[in-house]
Design a binder for this molecule. Structure first.
Ligand code: AGP
Length: 607
């Protein structure tokens, strides 16, 4: 995933572009660049590494003059992170510069064709074919050149283009990658997401696939690929710049953990009206729901684990079979999908390549698709038949926290909503809804009940490996807890169904091996208790996560984490919180780059 920005107006463009790229650095940060137009000349500055290097090279933009420009921060997909491969890319005649987020799948064929036509390439990237196509098709009208270029491209792109013969103008074009226009006063912008815009304007326009725009300081014109000008509504962004900044916390991840009570409340509260769950965005009837024979949840990473956590409530209340499938597996598994399948697609970014591909595959087989996404206007949301947004606000840390808990919260609501519409639950609905309404408060309690987490982090941060064990709903949370730990602290961590230990894994348990045992589901607590005794008898040290008054567990565990008592069917969003904090503080002890863990990006937009 990469980040692109564009600006045109009356102030110097370079500092505005650099400021925007800093806000997008979480999208990719192995190289960066800006192109600024000064009269009829396009200047380019590119670096490898972080935006800070670009700021240094351009003296914070002061040594680059001009009021119109584009910028890019890269997460390498085609071609190593080098200056040559960094964007913007220039046309051979120097009249065009292009920045791109996405993947051009047919770039090799286009590259050969363009070479045959006499164009030379400076980089190994897929993007460079775009700027040469634009040059090849340009006959004085940039819009025409863009439309003809778009007709040749296969794959995904959010493009920014400037042309030295069109001073004061920037062009933006979108296909299957997010691109938002910022509407200013005497100045206009584009960016890959809103966080790069809100410090300049709260008025934005979400471009959709197959649309492109011509922006000058005083006007924005939007077209479809037939060249027809179209009107788009302006959306007002309500959250403020601080929401996208760290807000006083040392890391975005900690800020976003602490935001979870508010994020879950923002996601749940507007959907509880008159004692019922209401999804204004779902126009489904009881007949539609009766036609569902199976629910398949598909996603990647933490979003997949959110599906695992939500499955129990969905299946228990709706009595519809629910399977949770990894998107990267589902897309190639010749899945048994038909018109009676409801596919629930979960994605924080809405741009994960495997998730999008699995969704397209299942949709082609007749599935009805319901997306649970956090980013408005993201690609998943434009493909889905229905979209339910998690109103978590911007999630900047690569490791998702509020994205995960709000996804699980939506699944809980969907379980109650569908079951109630199918008449599978009656007066108990009110109790379920009361439990949901209490979740934000319970999450805050789970944060406040565990002041000892930094001490546990000190104790365990040098462990060779950590095992997370649990059963049923506890097992689903253990999966996410293990992922959080490994992806930000780099400690080898694995989650195991507690009942599976004796089938092999217990061979790994040695003296002082730390085991994190989740014991928040009373229905199977005794069984997990026996697993704790099993591993302790082999020398393990057990950190148990349970309720305060759970004497049986308290009597056998070495260390304790607590959550407030809650119906286990809806406890997943609570019991994950102490595990998020444990992972955070272990990573801190290990001096890890918590918000930008090595090798990871916020959204994996490539296979
Ligand atoms: C979560 O902490 C990870 N960064 C990663 O597993 C992530 O959940 C996964 O890549 C899916 O991303 P998405 O929700 O944006 O689709």
């Amino acid at each position: 995933m990469c980040g692109i920005v564009g600006f045109t107006g009356k102030q110097s463009a370079a500092p505005v572009l650099l400021d925007g790229l800093k806000k997008l650095e979480y999208r990719g940060y192995d190289s960066a660049g800006i192109s600024v137009m000064d009269g009829k000349k396009i200047a380019v500055s590119k670096v490898t590494g972080r935006i800070a290097n670009l700021c240094e090279k351009t003296q914070d933009g002061t040594n680059v003059s001009g009021f119109t420009g584009i910028g890019h921060t890269r997460w390498a997909t085609h071609g190593a992170p080098t200056e040559e491969n960094a964007h913007p890319h220039l046309s051979n005649d120097g009249r065009f510069a292009v920045v791109h987020n996405g993947i051009i799948e047919n770039y090799l064929i286009l590259r050969e064709e363009l070479k045959q036509a006499g164009y030379h390439f400076d980089s190994e990237t897929d993007t460079e074919v775009i700027v040469h196509l634009v040059e090849m098709y340009y006959r004085g009208d940039v819009k025409e050149a863009l439309m003809r270029t778009a007709n040749r491209l296969q794959g995904s792109y959010a493009l920014g283009v400037i042309c030295s013969e069109q001073p004061g103008k920037i062009y933006a074009m979108r296909e299957a990658s997010p691109l938002i226009l910022g509407v200013g006063v005497g100045e206009n912008f584009f960016a890959s997401d809103v966080t790069a815009l809100v410090s300049h304007t709260r008025n934005v326009i979400y471009l959709e696939d197959g649309e492109f725009a011509e922006l000058s300081g005083d006007s924005i014109r939007i077209f479809d690929l037939s060249g027809q000008q179209i009107h788009k509504k302006i959306t007002r962004i309500m959250w403020d710049v601080q929401a996208a900044e760290k807000g006083g916390y040392e890391h975005f991840m900690l800020k976003e953990i602490m935001e979870q009570p508010a994020a879950v409340k923002a996601t749940i509260a507007p959907r509880i009206k008159g004692g019922k769950i209401c999804f204004d965005e779902l126009s489904v009837t009881q007949e539609d729901l009766k036609g569902i024979s199976q629910i398949i949840i598909t996603a990647c990473g933490s979003a997949y684990y959110a599906g695992c956590a939500g499955k129990y409530a969905l299946e228990r209340l709706t009595r519809i079979p629910v399977q949770v499938e990894l998107a990267s597996e589902l897309r190639y598994s010749d899945p048994l999908i038909d018109e009676q399948t409801l596919l629930i697609v979960i994605s924080q970014s809405g741009e994960t390549a495997d998730t999008i591909a699995a969704m397209r595959e299942c949709k082609a087989r007749g599935a009805k698709t319901l997306a649970i996404v956090n980013v408005v206007g993201s690609t998943v949301s434009t493909i889905a038949d229905y979209t339910v947004y998690t109103w978590a606000g911007p999630e900047i840390a690569v490791a998702t926290t509020k994205g995960y808990t709000t996804q699980v919260a939506v699944l809980y609501m969907l379980a109650i909503y569908v079951a109630e519409k199918l008449g599978r639950i009656g007066e108990e609905t009110a109790d379920y809804i009361k439990t949901l309404q209490a979740l934000p408060r319970r999450i805050q309690q789970a944060i406040d009940m565990n002041p000892s987490i930094p001490a546990f982090a000190k104790k365990y941060h040098k462990s060779k490996a950590l095992f997370f064990i649990g059963r049923n709903t506890d097992y689903a949370t253990a999966l996410e807890g293990a992922l959080k730990m490994k992806e930000i602290s780099y400690l080898h961590s694995e989650a195991y169904a507690a009942g599976e230990l004796k089938h092999g894994t217990i061979a790994l348990i040695e003296e002082h091996q730390p085991i994190i045992a989740l014991c928040c589901n009373p229905s199977i607590m005794e069984k997990t208790l026996s697993n704790i005794v099993e591993v302790k008898s082999r020398g393990a040290e057990v950190l148990a996560l349970t309720f305060r008054n759970n004497q049986k567990i308290l009597s056998v565990a070495d260390d304790l984490l607590f959550i407030p008592e809650t119906d286990a069917l809806f406890a997943g969003v609570i019991e994950i919180v102490p595990l998020q904090l444990l992972a955070y503080y272990v990573a801190k002890e290990n001096n890890c780059d918590i918000d930008k863990p090595k090798n990871l990006a916020k959204s994996v937009t490539v296979e």
